[in-house]
Design a protein around this ligand. Structure first.
Ligand SMILES: *Cc1c(COP(=O)(O)O)cnc(C)c1O
Length: 465
């Protein structure tokens, strides 16, 4: 077989891709007919595809390339670590310097007494760890009845059997007979979609109180934990009303329910603090981390655990672990990523430069005829496409029709912006400069204009009755 390289014609790469490569969250037959976009290199906030297009990556890969593409330092560290110790495990009472150093660094950055890290290769498997961890915690504490974990509809916690169960995506549950037993979901605090006549504040409270109702229904002696993203990402960048998180914290405290903050997206600067829990003012017992931990340069994630939870677990053998828990190359690269973030003040850049600048420009899109609400926190934002700009209004066309058109128009204008149903979302690299934000917004507006024109032509601007 000849070498498969960047130099092959795009059509040939696409044909090989269609023949052999199964894509996540994709209808294979549709993609095969259309041909996948082939990304060949990237630098800063720009991707290059096999046709030479320079595409502004408004999603930082999958919400992960926080420090941008092409950082030499990370390549150097990876090469050095592969030469020195490419692999060793952390089972059987062994350890190595990259895992030690990264765990200590995470403990230093994490709020409160979250001082202990159990490593995984990503967010999904870290959340699987969390399921076993919280249930084992309550077993050891003599409360084996506490097994139920409460998550949220439309929440996303990953794609393994356990993580899919924690998440609340019905299309995912439908494939594979999920969720697993003893997982329950309450509604998400999405005022724009479901707020009805209530104010956002009252709606936020009511959504949080669904947790209390669920605990009372099951009995607190059966509920182990509540898991949620500080800000829902894959669900459409749903920023909860301000009343939401304080009420959740109160309920978790009152009924002795462990709080798991899934920080896979929110962690490492995305919301303008190191962790979304700090932005939301909550005190989780466990945080899930991944993505921005290594800026996506290596697959690594983990569970960051409080002193109390760690002390309880440390009293037994926890029969759990992954071959690549604390992988030395991934850990070394993550550590270097965190060094760069600290030394270059990336979180401060989000707080004082990029975040405020993006907020101003993003919210200005609200004047567009197709835009209902605009939401942004730190460097993650969403806008609701709307037939008439009225709260809660949806299109008569099948959900996601207009969003998909808009995503395609973004791509055609060399911008990656994702759609979740008829919400458009962004999560650019945190290091994005104001001039690059101008380009992002200019391309987004052009894509919105083209989407509007096309929707109008095709009679798709009708609101659902
Ligand atoms: C992406 C994501 C995950 C899953 O992480 P993987 O590395 O894809 O396994 C879990 N939780 C949240 C909030 C995520 O966004």
């Amino acid at each position: 077989m000849p070498a498969i390289t960047n130099h092959l014609p795009t059509a040939e790469l696409q044909a090989l891709d269609a023949a052999h490569h199964m894509h996540p969250f994709t209808t294979g037959a549709d993609l095969a007919a259309k041909g996948a976009r082939v990304i060949t290199r990237a630098k800063g906030v720009y991707l290059t595809d096999s046709e030479g297009h320079e595409i502004l990556d408004g999603m930082a890969g999958l919400w992960c390339v926080n420090i941008g593409y092409g950082r030499e330092e990370l390549a150097e560290v990876a090469a050095r670590q592969i030469r020195e110790l490419p692999y060793y495990n952390t089972f059987f009472q062994t350890t190595h310097v990259p895992a030690i150093a990264l765990a200590a660094k995470i403990a230093e950055l994490a709020p409160g007494d979250l001082n202990h890290v159990f490593f995984a290769s990503g967010g999904s498997d870290a959340n699987d760890t969390n399921i076993r961890m919280v249930r084992t915690y309550w077993d050891v504490k003599g409360k084996p009845g506490k097994k139920i974990i409460i998550g949220r509809k439309n929440g996303y916690h990953g794609s393994t059997v356990g993580a899919t169960s924690l998440g609340g995506m019905s299309a995912m549950h439908a494939q594979g007979g999920l969720p697993i037993p003893d997982i329950h979901h309450i509604n998400e605090p999405n005022w724009w979609a479901a707020g009805g006549e209530t104010s956002p504040e009252d709606f936020g409270l009511a959504c949080a109180q669904e947790l209390e109702q669920a605990i009372l229904e099951f009995g607190e002696d059966r509920v182990a934990a509540f898991i949620a993203e500080p800000v829902q990402g894959a669900g459409g960048v749903i920023i909860p009303p301000e009343t939401y998180w304080p009420e959740i914290q109160r309920i978790c405290d009152k009924y002795e329910i462990l709080l798991i903050a899934d920080e896979v997206i929110c962690g490492f600067g995305r919301t303008g603090n190191w962790f979304g829990s700090q932005t939301m003012g909550i005190r989780p017992d466990i945080m899930t981390i991944a993505k921005g931990l290594s800026s996506g340069y290596q697959p690594i994630g983990g569970s960051v655990v409080s002193d109390e939870v760690a002390a309880v677990l440390d009293s037994v053998e926890f029969n759990h672990g992954y071959t690549y828990s604390g992988h030395p190359v991934a850990a070394a690269v993550a550590l270097e990523n965190l060094r760069i973030m600290e030394e270059e003040g990336v979180v401060e850049h989000v707080q004082t430069v990029a975040g405020p600048y993006l907020a101003e420009k993003w919210h200005a899109l609200a004047d567009h005829p197709l835009v209902g609400e605009t939401k942004l926190i730190g460097m993650m934002g969403s806008l609701a496409l709307s037939p008439n700009k009225e709260p809660h209004a949806t299109f008569a066309a099948e959900a996601g029709t207009i969003g998909y058109i808009c995503r395609e128009r973004c791509f055609a204008n060399n911008l990656v912006m994702r759609h979740v149903g008829d919400r458009m979302i962004i999560s650019p690299p945190l290091v994005i400069a104001p001039e690059e934000i101008d380009i992002l917004i200019e391309r987004a507006r052009k894509a919105l204009d083209e989407t509007y024109a096309r929707a109008k032509d095709e009679g798709l601007l009708q609101a659902a009755s």
